[in-house]
Every structure is written in structure tokens, then in C-alpha cells.
Design a protein around this ligand. Structure first.
Ligand code: F6R
Length: 608
């Protein structure tokens, strides 16, 4: 997620902007920049890489004059991380500068229009269209112009604007992406988040959607898009700095769990147009798709677990054989892969060494590689044949949550898109799948609203020594992730088992008080899993069952049941994983573990 700061006052702006950006580093970024009005014109300095690079370039901001400016840390979405794609972006003549956090979904259309009017673009970003549109529509009133530009934008945004035309003003506006205004004495600020301004002021306005803030040195006015004044309450922030960075949550993992409805929404919405799934990122022809005789999925850890879900989804909908491989195994097993293989490589970081090498191995054998990656411009994203980005934003906690969920969302999009092209989906099913996908964010929000139920179950079981996660079919795929989440952050030994396999060995480990988490969301196999629940209970297990709310009868067999909203089979893992993530989180929290940085683990595994 990008970070925005803005300052208008009587002090030199650049050092203040850089200090503010430093406090937003936790959001993750790949480049940074500032723009100041230096008394004559707008001056921009920006650089790829750490903030340190920009600081060295500007002598900690001391070399830049001006008492009004905006700054930005960029997390690349459109266009790779580079100096040119870093913000702020200027309009063609350099009179208007913009910083932006969010995604402009219709930027391509707007860009094409502006290009047809003779305007030249410098960057590959969606943001530059905002700066260019402002200049294109500007006559003599900046507010009117910005309101007009907003009416042209689809998507989410927090925007800060300064201009040569009105150099004693910062204009800020938001829709869906966060933005606050900080109120000082003879100076005012804008920021994506509180930490950026906490050293300067604790008095803030939180902007709501479509509110426009007009900041001068002495005053802040808030209006709506009809130019009516909006009366807002000044809030006083009493958090300490580290709490502020986590948005008030105790851990990044919890914050990221809570962000999942938005992350999924951001990943699917730009790819559903007029009820149809559109994956412009994919270059394979319909003929090529038909000719693939195998899909090979390659990944590590949780991303591999997404692959296991994908096997069930793809085989059901695409009717092509699917193999899922751990990247570290695939590389060394002389895999049967050729140019009739479609390889799907999944990675949050895009830098995992084994995944990257396995991808190259698949490419050497002639496979076409589609990667599903969260970090724009990462090695796997750049080296694959096609890349579908997950728009989860930066994930800070080591244990993945929102990246996993957005990877699943991409799998569903691919299943619908390819299934349709292969002629495997009826029109009725197509509509049903798209609608189920679109309902996911709201259904996940509902589950999150009842998180206290999971907290209660965690308080009953956080002392467990061994935990077994069991499930059948797609529930088995999910049990792998539930088990990994629990063991990696709470250090409790846990195993995932295909429920039908229990009788072939593992059931001997079940004794009085062993916790078994039974996943029973898969409609067709509910009776089978009920039998497995009865078998482990008969041997003394404590069972927590996870089922859909239309199966209340499960309460007759399980002592504790977590219910999730009903949904079609394909998308159920996206709902069922939420209680499992929360359970792991609460157990680890009750045990006092270092949740965001579990021992021995790293976020990005760049060694083999
Ligand atoms: C578990 C987790 C890891 C990663 C794995 C792959 O919570 O985060 O298992 O899924 O290390 O990492 P990426 O997706 O970056 O390739």
C-alpha cells in the first residue's frame, strides 16, 4: 500500500515530508518521492528503492526549498518499481503534481483518450492520468477541475494535489483508500496514516469518501463534491506510534486478516466487467488452451496449499489433469512437462528461490507459465510468461493471510475464465460463479464480525499439545492451511489429514482430549465426515467442527461448531479459512507468541 504525506506551513517542507514517509515505511514500498513548490515551480525528486536513496539524493531534504509539498512511498501496482513510475506525478507542463494511493480501474481508457488529444505520458502508472486530467480540464478553478476529474475516475483513491496555479494550497480527497488531515499551529498536513504526523500533531480529521480537504497554512476547509461545506469533528489521537502503524491492532497479522474483504474485492473487481471475467493479462490463445493436456501447479508453503485447492477447482471445471508440486520437489524429480503443459506458479513475494528455479525448469521443458504474484516487478512476475497480480497490498506478518486469500480469488477467476473458453460452463453456472465470487467480501465480513466465537474456542484449546485438522476433498486442501497456520505461529504440533486416511494409521494417535478440527463444508461428503467425527469422538477426541450454516444438524454430532455462510463449493475455502486463521491467531496470542515474526521463519525465503 502506498503512503502519502503532505505539508503546508512556514518551515522547510522536504525534511518534514521525509520524516513522515519514514513513519509509513511499515506499509511496504519500492520507491519514494517528494514534490515541492520552490517559489517558482514544482520540483520533483524521486527514486526507486529505499527512502535512504531519496534522502541521500536530497541531503535529507535540505537541498529542496519550499514550504508546501507532497511526498509518497509507492507499492507498485501499475508499472514496475522505477524512478519514472515513482510518485509524485506531474502533468505534461509540470503545473500540477499528484500523489495517489489506490487503483484507478479505468485508467487505460482515460489514458487512451488523453493520448488521442495529444498528451504525452511519461510513466506506466494509473496515477499519471489524474495529473494529466487535471491539466486537461483546468481553466481557472482548481477545485472545480478536481471535482470534474473525480467524476471520471473509477476505483479507489486517496489523492494529494499541489499546483503552480494555487501554490498556497494542498488539495486532498479520498474514496475507499484512507487519508487523514493533521491540524497544526500555522501549518497543516495530510497523511495516509497517523504515524506520519504523530510527531507534529495529534489533532486530525479522518476524511470520508468523496470529501475534499483544502489546506492552507492557517486553515482547513472540508467540502463535498457538490461544494457544500462539511462539518467534521476534530479527533485527538492517543495511540503510541507502534500501535498507530498497525491501525490500532496489536499485530500486523490481525490487521491483515481484517483486510481480507478489501483485498479480495480489489483483486476481483477490476477483472469482472459487465458480469464477465476478463483476464487481459493472459496471452495464451484459445487454441493453445484447448491443446494443453496438463496443468502443473508449483509453489511453496501456503501458496502450495492454494495449489491443492486449485487442483480440485480446475479438475472439476476445466476437466484437465492437474498436478500440484512443492517447488523444492518439482525441481529435482525430472518432471514430465512439455509445451502442452500449462504451468501455474504461485508466490506472494515473487522471490522464493525454489519456486523461481522450479519455474525456470518448467520453462526449459517448454511449458507456458502463468504466475500469480503479489509483489509487482518481482523476479517471478518478470520472468513468467504471463502474470496475474493479487492486489492484496503489502503483507508484513510472516504468516500469510490476505495473500493466500487473494491467490484463491485468482484461481477462481482463472477457473471461470478458462472454463468458459473451453465451453465447460453453462451460462447459468457462469452467472452463479461470478455472483458467488462477488459476494465473497461481504460474507467474509460477516464471519469477521463474529470473531469472538473463535476467540472463545481458542481460549478453551490453547493448551492443546497436538491438533489434527481433517477434511475431505476441498476441505482436505483447506485443512493443510489451517494446520500450517496454527503450527507456525503458536508452535503447537498439528497435522492435516485427509479424513478418509485416519483409519490407515493416524487414528492411533487420538486419545482423551486430543483436539480434532473437522472441516465439513463440502456438501456431498458431509455424511462421510460425520462418520469420521464420530470415530474420533469415540476415542476421546475433542472436536471443533466447521460447517455451512445450512447444516445445523451437525450440532448433534459435534460438541463445538463454527458456522460459515453457505456458498458454492468452489469458493467455500475462502470462507472456511477465515475461522482457521483467527483460531491460530487467538491461540498464539493466548500463548504469548511473537505472532508477526515467528521463530526461525522469514517472510521471503530467497535461499534454497
Ligand atoms: C506461511 C507462509 C509461507 C509462504 C511460503 C511461500 O504462512 O507464508 O508458507 O507461503 O514461504 O512464499 P511465497 O508465497 O512468497 O513464495
Amino acid at each position: 500500500m502506498c503512503g502519502i504525506v503532505g505539508y503546508i506551513g512556514y518551515e522547510q517542507a522536504a525534511p518534514i515530508l521525509l520524516q513522515g514517509l519514514e513513519k509509513l515505511e511499515y506499509r511496504g514500498y519500492d520507491s519514494a518521492g517528494v514534490c515541492l513548490f520552490n517559489g517558482k515551480e514544482l520540483q520533483v525528486e524521486k527514486a526507486k528503492g529505499k527512502l535512504e536513496v531519496l534522502k541521500n539524493l536530497t541531503n535529507n531534504g535540505e537541498d529542496l526549498s519550499g514550504t508546501v509539498g507532497i511526498g509518497h512511498t509507492r507499492w507498485a501496482t501499475h508499472g514496475e518499481p522505477s524512478d519514472v513510475n515513482a510518485h509524485p506525478h506531474l502533468s505534461e507542463s509540470g503545473r500540477f503534481a499528484v500523489v495517489h494511493n489506490g487503483i484507478i480501474e479505468n485508467y487505460n481508457q482515460l489514458k487512451e483518450y488523453l493520448i488521442s488529444k495529444g498528451i504525452t505520458f511519461r510513466s506506466k502508472t494509473d496515477t499519471e492520468v489524474i495529473a494529466q486530467l487535471i491539466e486537461y480540464y483546468y481553466k481557472d478553478n482548481l477545485i472545480d477541475t478536481i471535482i470534474k476529474v473525480l467524476s471520471k475516475l473509477n476505483g479507489s483513491y486517496a489523492i494529494g494535489v499541489i499546483s503552480q496555479e494555487n501554490p498556497d494550497e494542498i488539495i486532498a480527497v479520498r474514496k475507499e483508500s484512507p487519508l487523514i488531515v493533521g491540524l497544526g499551529e500555522h501549518e497543516n498536513y495530510i497523511a495516509s496514516d497517523v504515524p506520519a504526523i504523530l510527531a507534529k500533531t495529534r489533532k486530525i480529521y479522518r476524511l470520508e469518501n468523496n470529501e475534499i480537504a483544502i489546506l492552507t497554512r492557517e486553515n482547513v476547509r472540508i467540502i463535498n463534491t457538490d461544494k457544500e461545506e462539511v462539518k467534521k469533528e476534530v479527533q485527538t489521537v492517543n495511540w503510541d506510534v507502534s500501535a498507530a502503524e498497525k491501525g490500532g491492532y496489536e499485530h500486523f497479522m490481525f490487521k491483515e486478516i481484517m483486510e481480507q474483504p478489501k483485498a479480495i474485492h480489489d483483486t476481483i473487481t477490476p477483472r469482472i466487467k459487465d458480469g464477465r471475467v476478463v483476464l487481459d493479462e493472459i496471452s495464451i490463445t484459445d487454441e493453445q488452451l484447448k491443446n494443453f493436456n496438463k496443468i502443473e501447479i508449483i509453489a511453496c508453503g501456503s501458496a502450495y496449499h492454494v495449489g491443492v485447492v486449485a487442483k480440485y477447482v480446475f479438475e472439476k471445471i476445466l476437466r484437465k489433469p492437474v498436478e500440484v508440486d512443492l517447488a523444492s520437489e518439482f525441481r529435482y524429480r525430472d518432471p514430465i512437462v512439455d509445451d502442452k503443459t500449462l504451468a501455474v506458479v504461485i508466490s506472494q513475494s515473487g522471490e522464493t528461490a525454489d519456486t523461481r528455479e522450479a519455474m525456470k525448469e518448467a520453462q526449459r521443458h517448454g511449458a507456458h507459465v502463468i504466475s500469480i504474484v503479489n509483489v509487482v516487478g518481482s523476479s517471478i512476475a518478470s520472468e513468467s510468461d504471463d502474470v496475474i497480480y493479487t492486489w492484496a497490498g503489502p503483507e508484513i506478518a510472516v504468516a500469510t493471510t490476505k495473500a493466500y486469500s487473494t491467490q484463491l480469488a485468482v484461481i477462481y477467476l482463472m477457473a471461470i475464465y478458462f472454463g468458459d473458453k473451453l465451453g465447460n460452463i453453462s451460462e447459468e453456472d457462469y452467472k452463479m460463479y461470478v455472483s458467488e465470487l462477488e459476494q465473497l467480501p461481504d460474507k467474509i465480513t460477516k464471519i469477521l464480525e463474529h470473531k469472538e466465537n473463535i476467540q472463545y474456542l481458542a481460549s478453551k484449546h490453547f493448551n492443546s499439545r497436538d491438533v489434527f485438522f481433517i477434511g475431505r476433498n476441498i476441505d482436505y486442501a483447506l485443512s493443510l492451511e489451517g494446520s500450517l497456520k496454527l503450527k507456525e505461529i503458536s508452535y503447537i504440533h498439528s497435522e492435516a489429514y485427509a479424513a478418509g486416511e485416519l483409519k490407515h494409521g493416524t487414528i492411533s494417535l487420538i486419545e482423551n482430549g486430543t483436539l480434532v478440527i473437522a472441516l465439513a463444508t463440502h456438501e456431498k461428503l458431509i455424511e462421510k465426515i460425520v462418520s469420521n467425527i464420530e470415530e474420533v469422538q469415540a476415542r476421546g477426541a475433542d472436536v471443533v467442527c466447521l460447517a455451512c450454516e445450512n447444516h445445523q444438524e451437525i450440532k448433534n454430532v459435534s460438541q463445538n461448531t463454527i458456522f460459515i455462510p453457505q456458498a458454492c463449493d468452489m469458493v467455500l475455502p475462502s470462507l472456511a479459512v477465515i475461522p482457521l486463521q483467527l483460531f491460530a491467531y487467538y491461540v498464539a496470542s493466548l500463548k504469548g507468541c511473537d505472532i508477526d515474526k515467528p521463530r526461525n521463519l522469514a517472510k521471503s525465503v530467497t535461499v534454497e
